[in-house]
Ligand binder design. Sequence first.
Ligand code: GDP
Length: 358
Amino acid sequence: MTTPKKPLITQTKGISQTEITNTASIPELKAKRKQQPDAHNLVASILNKDITALSRAITLIESNNQKHYALANTIVKQCLSHANKSVRIGITGIPGVGKSTFIEAFGCHLISKNKRVAVLTIDPTSTLNKGSILGDKTRMAELAKQKNAFIRPSPSGNTLGGVAQKTKESIILCEAAGFDVIIIETVGVGQNETAVHNMVDFFLLLKLAGTGDDLQSIKRGVIELADAIAINKADGEHNKQATLYKNSLAKALSLYPEKLSGWKPKVTTCSALNNEGIESIWNMVEDYKNVTTANNYFHLKRQEQNKFWLIDTIETRLKANFFSNQHIKKELEKQLKLIEANKTTPFAAANYLLSLKY
Ligand code: GDP
C-alpha cells in the first residue's frame, strides 16, 4: 500500500492552510470565492462548522474594500450570540523561541482531548517589512492536517490597531464555528503583546534561558502581562539552565502585587520539541479558568476588553479618516512647512488642522 502524499502546506494569500489541506484545489476555491457571498448562508455554514465558510467570512473581515464592511459587520453580529464559549489563549515570544513548535504540540495535545483548536496570528511586521516573521515559512504542518484545527495567518494591515481589530472579530467567528480553544499567536516585538493581551483570557509568554532573551526578563513589562511563563527548550544541555532561570523568574514574579484576577502567575519549563511540559501548561489554563470563573473575573475581563475595543476602533477609524482626507493632507503639508520655518508651533498647527471640516 502506498502512503498518501503529504499535502503541500504553504500560505496562499487569504486561504488558510487548513482550507487547502481539507478541501479542493486552489483554483476551485478561488472560483467558489468569486461568487457573491451571502451573509445568511455564510453564517449558517459557519454554525455548521464549515471551515471554508469560516475562512471566507474572515477574508471579508480582513478586506480593506469598503464594499465588504457592511457584509462583514452583519456576519459578525449574527455570530455574536453563538460566540463566547471558548478559552482564548495569547502566546508570544521572540522569533526562534519555539512558538510554532509549541503551538503544534499544544494544539495536537488539545485535539487528542477532543477539543477543536483555532490558531490566529497577529503579525503587523508583515506589511511593514514586506516579509512576515510568522507567515512566510511552513509552520505547524502537523496541526494543520488535523480536521479539528484551523490555522489562519496574520491579516495584512498598515497598523497594529487595524490588524488586531480584524483578529478580534475573527475570534468571534471561530467561536461561532465551535472552536473550543482559540490561540492568538504573536511575535514578541513592540506593541503586539499588549494588543493580544487585550483580546485573550490567558496570556502565555514563552522564553529562553541562556540567551539575550533572559536579560530583559526581570524587568517589568510583558512579564507583568503574563498569566504563565514557560521556559522552552528545556531539554538536553539547556535543561539545567532552564530550571535555574525558572526559579529566578518565579522569585521575581512573587514580588509583583497580586493581580485583580486573583491568579498568581506560574512559571514552568517545557520542551515543545520533545512534547514535555505541554499537558501541565494546559492544566494551568484550566485552573486559571476555574479560579477566574468562580470569582467572575473571567466574565468581567471580557466585558472590559469589549469596551476597550470599542474605544480603540473609534480612535483608529477617526485617525485613518483624518489622515487619508485629501484636504487635510494638503493643509498638513503646509503646516509642516510652517513648522520647519519656525512660523507656527506644533500645538497651533494641530488646533488649526483639527478645526478644519472634512
Ligand atoms: P518561532 O519562531 O518562535 O515560531 O520558533 P520555531 O517554533 O520555528 O522554532 C525555532 C527553532 O527552535 C526550530 O529549529 C525548532 O525546531 C527549535 N525548537 C523549538 N522548540 C524547541 C524545543 O523545545 N527544544 C529544542 N531543542 N529546540 C526547539
